[in-house]
Design a protein around this ligand. Structure first.
Ligand SMILES: [Zn+2]
Length: 92
């Protein structure tokens, strides 16, 4: 169930609204303000969702994580090649 955040332009109230689906949220008019009843509330793009997508890591931690993954990606194939070569030498 998607949660959208709304801002009331009349009284400045910010509130969250639970929609049945994303399609309903896009299709139906915004929910009225719970504080003053104003009907033309505006959807707020939540910063929380963006921060959550980063997995709680700082930029330097993310860079370290990425470098570690790249190192593994380079090392692993070489190890497999060396094992393959070692096996070949034992055969010969
Ligand atoms: Zn309001």
């Amino acid at each position: 169930m998607p949660i959208y955040e709304y801002l009331c332009p009349a009284c400045g109230q910010r509130f969250e609204h639970y929609w049945r689906s994303v399609a309903a949220a896009e299709r139906e008019p915004p929910p009225p303000c719970p504080a003053c009843g104003h009907s033309e509330t505006q959807r707020v793009i939540s910063q929380v969702a963006v921060l959550g997508g980063l997995g709680g890591l700082t930029p330097s931690e993310q860079a370290a994580e990425r470098a570690h993954e790249e190192r593994l990606a380079k090392i692993t194939p070489r190890e497999q090649i060396e094992k393959f070569r070692a096996a070949k030498q034992q055969e010969g």
